[in-house]
Ligand binder design. Structure first.
Ligand code: PHE
Length: 456
């Protein structure tokens, strides 16, 4: 054990861990991605499938991940090494660290746009837009400007680095405790505003009345893939956060709270966005540009839109920040635990490396837009490889590891620590968890993977 390990930090409080883990989960996935994929796949019907995926796969795998981390007390590579001597399993940890790098490298591009849009909102730029075309061409001119994209990407990454630099309690936990309540308040205010607009009821029905015609086999797979992305599963972020937990913490109830917060925030974000989209007669299935093209027009059409546009992009940036922090922490914890680096040098060096890997993603919207690998530009490729392949693969291997390699008996002993009485009173929880981790998760995720690879 390295000396760095002996002084390993812990969360200062139970709520600190829950807010940090919820901060990792709640991000661009909830506010940017979830509403537009729900819009593309038929609204309520898609949401219904997504909720089932979260319950039967997301929650059990989240518990498994936190459990490995708390037991291993290290980064993903070190935790697998602690629980199994086999190289195969340490390589699952490596894949997580690599995924952390890669996700962060394109995540900071969109997060940078969001920061840049706070400035645009303050400048009142959106009032020049009166239709989607002007709004989308303005968006394209900004993202097409390399200086604009790269500067905001760098600014966002630097803010992320500051939090990780100050460590688990002073940086991540303290930041989450301030940012998460602010995020929740901003989002609720936006949703209340959305609901109060005339014509918002159509947006509410879009979210509540299922339209099964738009649901295809692919929708189910998109829902499952998104369940992984939104809960930060399959790449060791939750494992790393779990490694800072004390043995007396109740993993089951903490996981349940994280899943609840993540899901409720995605639903409130959907409500906030679709009520305004319908109230102003915009297209709900506008795709990835929904937030950046459509919402700015929406803001100019509502009273108080100036203030709401600033608040909205602030909210999006905060959500992205608490997720980006967890991505960088996976990489940093690996170099601190396994290679004996100091936290400070790991943050500076790997923040720098992330920036370099992120540049081609940022340039995918301008000078490198015609540069394709397997038919995808750099940004889309990084997104595709991580969200559709690495995360589901990691999640499948994590559930196989816990159920079949480490073994359910040993893992249950660990799971019961800190949860005294809960499983005796509700043995059904254990029964379900066992079935889900052992059979449902590996098999269903395997199907998603085949689909991602175009085999199914
Ligand atoms: N869960 C984050 C989101 O919804 C993304 C993320 C994925 C963060 C994987 C960490 C690890 O935006």
């Amino acid at each position: 054990m390295s000396s760095a390990n002996q002084q390993r930090e812990n969360w200062g409080s139970r709520v600190g861990f829950i807010l940090a883990a919820a901060g990792s989960a709640i991000g661009l996935g909830n506010i940017w991605k979830f509403p537009y994929i729900a819009g593309e796949h038929g609204g309520a019907a898609f949401i219904f499938i997504y909720l089932i995926c979260i319950a039967i796969i997301g929650l059990p795998v989240l518990i498994a991940e936190i459990l490995i981390g708390r037991t291993g007390k290290r980064n993903p590579v070190g935790s697998f090494k602690f629980l199994s001597k086999s190289k195969i399993w340490t390589s699952v940890g490596f894949m997580g660290v690599a995924a952390g790098f890669l996700i962060l490298s394109y995540y900071i591009v969109i997060a940078g746009w969001s920061l840049g849009y706070i400035i645009e909102a303050v400048k009142g730029t959106f009032y020049d837009f009166n239709q989607v075309n002007t709004s989308s061409s303005y968006f394209e001119s900004l993202t097409g400007n390399t200086t604009w994209t790269i500067s905001f990407m760098l600014l966002f990454l630097s803010i992320t680095m500051v939090f990780v630099y100050f460590g688990v309690q002073k940086g991540i936990e303290r930041g989450s405790k301030i940012m998460m309540p602010v995020l929740l308040i901003l989002l609720i205010v936006s949703a209340v505003k959305g609901i109060s607009l005339p014509g918002s009821d159509k947006g509410i029905s879009f979210l509540l009345e299922p339209n099964w015609d738009l649901v295809t086999g692919n929708s189910i797979l998109v829902a499952l893939g998104h369940a992984f992305f939104t809960l930060s599963l399959g790449m060791g972020a939750m494992m790393t956060y779990g490694s800072y937990l004390k043995k007396d913490s109740n993993i089951f109830s903490s996981s349940l709270q994280v899943v609840f917060l993540d899901t409720i925030i995605a639903l409130i974000a959907g409500l906030a966005i679709f009520t305004v989209v319908f109230a102003t007669q915009q297209n709900p299935s506008a795709g990835p540009g929904l937030i950046f093209h459509t919402l700015p027009i929406v803001f100019t059409k509502m009273s108080g839109g100036y203030v709401f546009s600033i608040l909205f992009f602030l909210l999006l940036s905060i959500a992205a920040l608490t997720s980006a922090i967890s991505l960088l922490e996976v990489v940093v914890s690996y170099f601190v635990d396994e290679k004996g680096w100091t936290r400070h040098s790991a943050v500076i060096v790997f923040g720098g490396v992330t920036f370099l890997i992120g540049v081609p993603s940022a340039l995918s919207f301008n000078i490198l837009s015609d540069f394709h690998i397997f038919g995808l530009n750099f940004f889309d490729l990084a997104d595709y490889i991580t969200a559709n392949i690495m995360l589901p693969l990691g999640g499948m291997l994590i559930s196989i590891f816990v159920a079949w390699v480490w073994g359910l008996n040993k893992s249950l002993v660990e799971l019961k620590l800190g949860a005294e009485g809960l499983f005796e009173n509700y043995p059904i929880i254990i029964k379900f968890w066992k079935i889900f981790v052992k059979y449902f998760a590996p098999v269903l995720i395997f199907l998603v993977l085949l689909n991602s690879l175009g085999i199914l």
